[in-house]
Design a protein around this ligand. Structure first.
Ligand code: SF4
Length: 148
């Protein structure tokens, strides 16, 4: 198994993840409720986190503590990820998609009945996985703009 695959394995119970990040379990649960992170869920409803999740959460913590971005601000930044370009949605699909119309929540927090994400697993989706850092989101937007 490659190092990258290892990074994405569900390894850490919530207490261990919180300890690594030096935050409380309560805070970690709140990030999940707010849609900033999608942990693995076991049948027992216990959450597990990968080392990639830890890196994502470190980035979120830096945005909050160093850049003074609120949780609502981070959600707005995530909502700007042009998922419709990555998934390649048609104009009709865009017109009918709440994630396309609104700008307050990341796309993965919406209910996706009757649209191209209907059968997609957000946790393993490239939109969720590849753009957890503001710098990457900005590069993506620049890339999309330069193609249009
Ligand atoms: S599958 Fe989920 S993360 Fe991917 S574009 Fe759709 S809603 Fe967003």
């Amino acid at each position: 198994m490659s190092k990258d695959e290892n990074q994405n394995l569900p390894m850490l119970p919530i207490r261990n993840a919180a300890k690594i990040l030096d935050i409380s379990v309560h805070t970690l649960r709140m990030y999940e409720r707010e849609g900033l992170i999608i942990p693995f869920k076991k049948e027992s409803s216990h959450r597990l986190y990968s080392y990639s999740d830890i890196e994502r959460l470190k980035c979120i913590r830096r945005a909050i503590n160093e850049s003074k971005i609120s949780i609502a601000g981070i959600k707005t930044i995530y909502s700007m990820i042009p998922c419709y370009e990555i998934i390649n949605c048609s104009q009709t699909e865009r017109d009918n998609c709440k994630a396309f119309q609104e700008h307050e929540q990341p796309c993965w927090t919406y209910n996706h009945k009757n649209n191209p994400c209907h059968k997609r697993e957000c946790r393993s989706c490239e939109v969720y996985n590849n753009y957890s850092e503001c710098g990457k989101i900005k590069d993506l937007i620049k890339n999309v703009l330069s193609q249009n």
